[in-house]
Design a protein around this ligand. Structure first.
Ligand code: IPM
Ligand code: MG
Length: 360
């Protein structure tokens, strides 16, 4: 099969992790007889350096013409990078938010799974992770605090900043439907996370989620307050299947969920709209402190490429093969530095990519 894929390496460790993921995709093509046509595009700081803006119409057009986008990471060191001298709407992250909005990628899937091989790297006590965990954060990605009106102003010599958290019922309904649909294919449980004891937006969220749940009697729904959820994730992560939540809560909880898998370098993600198209990226950031040093863990990006094969290209068998190759390499004891534990072999970014390719 022939497919068009846009690669957006981005900033920091982005180029090196995307390079390894492409290597694995090339291996998939060779093994299964597919042709992927690639086009490279810029985003974030890389785009600012070339075009003066963090996202161009050309990058959006390229993404729109493709079956899927595989992205690295966006952003730099805010304390030292000149990108952060620009006004907020021209900084690298604004490009990421814009591409999510322009492509209507409202559903962000972030699976967090405990590999048996990485138990040693998990910061939780062995008795807590005895039965493992396999959860998926379904994060709303194009609404809430990220996209509400914001301003900073001075009044009578006092500076004030405002961010607005807005959701309408349609935005809540479509992400809830995605959450229940995917729960149906998993353990049939949705934990809807909100702050309904304080926020109006959360009270509407809860009401709409309950309406949607009525269409899925086979899926169990529970509601959980976000502060409790943050606590439950480290107390008993095995209780979760699909965690359905709004944009900001999902951002925070997904970092927490990734860390309990052993490292933030393990967590893949898919951002989807109503069609088969998707943008795939690791959930971690651009780690400018280790960029270009062959230290970054490429596994989250390689697993994101596997999600791309599965969700946008309908290549389930190929996706399984990539995921199994990752497992095999971990079983063989190879680790990047972030997931390193005693008795294992520490390898760099490039070597990890090669090993996964070899085990396809
Ligand atoms: C993520 C990141 C982004 C977000 C940043 C870089 C804007 O943290 O994808 O989780 O907050 O969504
Ligand atoms: Mg984040």
């Amino acid at each position: 099969m022939e497919h068009k894929i846009v690669l957006i390496p981005g900033d920091g460790i982005g180029p090196e992790i995307v390079r390894e993921a492409k290597k694995v995709l090339d291996g998939v093509c060779e093994k299964y007889g597919h042709t992927f046509q690639y086009e490279e595009a810029l985003i974030g700081g890389a785009s600012i350096d070339t075009y003066g803006v963090p996202l161009t119409d050309e990058t959006i057009a390229a993404a729109n013409s493709a079956d899927a986008v595989l992205m690295g990471s966006v952003g730099g060191d805010a304390a030292t990078s000149p990108w952060y001298q620009l006004e907020p709407s021209k900084r690298p992250e604004a490009g990421l938010l814009k591409i999510r909005k322009e492509l209507n990628l409202f559903a962000n899937l972030r699976p967090a799974y405990l590999y048996s091989q990485l138990r040693e790297a998990c910061p939780l006590r062995p008795d807590i992770i005895e039965t493992g965990f396999d959860l998926l954060i379904m994060r709303e990605l194009t609404g809430g605090l990220y996209f509400g009106e914001r301003k900073t102003y001075e009044e009578n010599g006092v500076w004030t900043a405002v961010d607005t958290l807005v959701y309408n019922e349609q935005e809540i309904r479509r992400i809830a439907v995605k959450g229940f649909e995917i729960a149906r294919k998993r353990q049939k449980k949705v934990t809807s996370v909100d702050k309904a004891n304080v926020l109006d937006s959360s009270r509407l969220w809860r009401k709409v989620v309950e309406e949607v749940a009525a269409d899925y009697p086979d899926v169990k729904l529970e509601h959980m307050l976000v502060d409790n959820c943050a606590m439950q994730l480290v107390r008993d992560p095995g209780q979760f299947d699909v965690v359905l939540t709004e944009n900001m809560f999902g951002d925070i909880l997904s970092d927490e969920a990734s860390m309990i898998t052993g490292s933030i370098g393990m967590l893949s993600s898919a951002s989807l709209n109503e069609t088969k198209f998707g943008l795939y990226e690791p959930s971690h950031g651009s780690a400018p402190d280790i960029a270009g040093q062959d230290k970054a863990n490429p596994i989250a990006t390689i697993l994101s490429a596997a999600m791309m094969l599965r969700y946008s290209l309908d290549l389930d068998q190929e996706a399984d093969a990539v995921e199994q190759a990752v497992q095999k390499v971990l079983s063989q004891g190879y680790r990047t530095v972030d997931i390193m534990s005693e008795g294992c072999t520490c390898v760099g970014t490039r070597k990890m990519g090669e090993l996964i390719l070899k085990n396809l």
